[in-house]
Design a protein around this ligand. Structure first.
Ligand code: PEP
Ligand code: MG
Length: 320
């Protein structure tokens, strides 16, 4: 019986009309990989490396980071691993780094903005990643909180310098789309990024101007808000101009209805908390891509998140 359940979980997410969606897990530690694989993950779509810094009182060095990335690659076999460069700032404060206090940390020196100002954090991480890549595996690097193309170009240039220094193989370099400006200008960013992964947690926060941690506004911080969905549609459209793939690694990917909508919007990889995988796969297997595209079209035309959510019941009745 357990075997049957495992076999069911390892089946891919293919719609009734044959469209496959890649299903990955958000995993930060090598010892969590086996559980994610057992739940049916086909890779890791988001490794949040800030946790290497948050869980301790000092900064992990290059050798230590390399060992962790290699352990992730090994635990995954040949399955893909997307490592996100440090996303510190906002809700992820690291006391031992002694960063200046900010009035609005979510609008401050966060993610890529910090990496560009602190080569002492960026360079050891990139060196560790390229050293790990020399041992094989399917590694990609992803940068958080990108707002403008110049940020990505500078980070890419630094990656390339380090890669050459270490005589390491090239790895795909992607970016998070989690700032509305990036979604609106996705086509310009797609020229310089190998892939996009949409962070719906921050994209929702920044689009709706709702602090993602404010409990009084939790119900309103809904990623199904049509304004957020329109930005996702724009991202997919922009990515297409350069043939880039688009994933989602924010919370919406792990919600079965959200996953259905995202697939209809043209997202082709969903990365989520491992325990959400079986329900998402089941939902996608029960619908056709044509139905999901129709669902997405209707969702984009709704006035608010509540009306989008109401389509869920209608969709379930109709098979999407
Ligand atoms: C997101 O913003 O949706 C995301 C995946 O990144 P994090 O939750 O780590 O900010
Ligand atoms: Mg984020």
């Amino acid at each position: 019986r357990r075997k049957a359940q495992e076999a069911e979980r390892s089946r891919p997410a293919i719609t009734t009309d044959g469209h496959q969606v890649a299903i990955a897990a958000n995993v930060n530690r090598p010892d969590s990989v086996p559980f994610a694989l057992a739940e049916g993950a086909e890779g890791v779509g988001l490794m949040r490396t800030e946790f290497l810094f948050l869980e301790r009182g000092d900064t992990p060095g290059e050798d230590e980071q390399e060992a962790i990335y290699r352990a992730m690659i090994e635990a995954l076999g040949n399955k893909p691993l997307i490592v996100r460069a440090l996303d510190i700032g906002g809700d992820k404060q690291v006391p031992h780094l002694d960063l200046p206090k900010e009035e609005n940390p979510f609008l401050g020196v966060r993610g890529a903005r910090l990496l560009l100002r602190r080569p002492d954090l960026l360079d050891p991480q990139l060196r560790a990643l390229y050293r790990a890549a020399r041992h094989g595996g399917d590694l990609s690097i992803m940068f958080p909180m990108i707002t403008s193309a110049w940020e990505l170009q500078r980070l890419r240039a630094r990656c390339e310098e380090i890669r050459v220094e270490l005589d390491a193989p090239a790895v795909p370099i992607g970016i998070m789309i989690e700032v509305p400006a990036a979604a609106v200008q996705a086509a310009a960013l797609a020229e310089h990024a190998d892939f996009f992964s949409i962070g719906t947690n921050d994209l929702t926060q920044y689009t709706l101007a709702i602090d993602r941690q404010n409990p009084d506004l939790a119900a309103e911080a809904d990623s199904l808000h049509p304004a957020v969905l329109r930005l996702i549609a724009l991202t997919v459209e922009g990515a297409k101009t350069h043939d880039r793939w688009v994933g989602v690694c924010g919370g919406l990917a792990g919600d079965p209805f959200g996953a259905a909508l995202l697939t209809g919007l043209g997202v082709t990889e969903l990365s989520m908390t491992p325990r959400d995988i079986p329900a998402v796969k089941a939902r996608l297997r029960g619908a056709s891509l044509a139905d999901l595209q129709d669902l997405a079209r209707r969702a984009l035309a709704q006035p608010g998140a509540a009306e989008v959510r109401a389509l869920d019941h209608a969709a379930l009745d109709g098979g999407a």
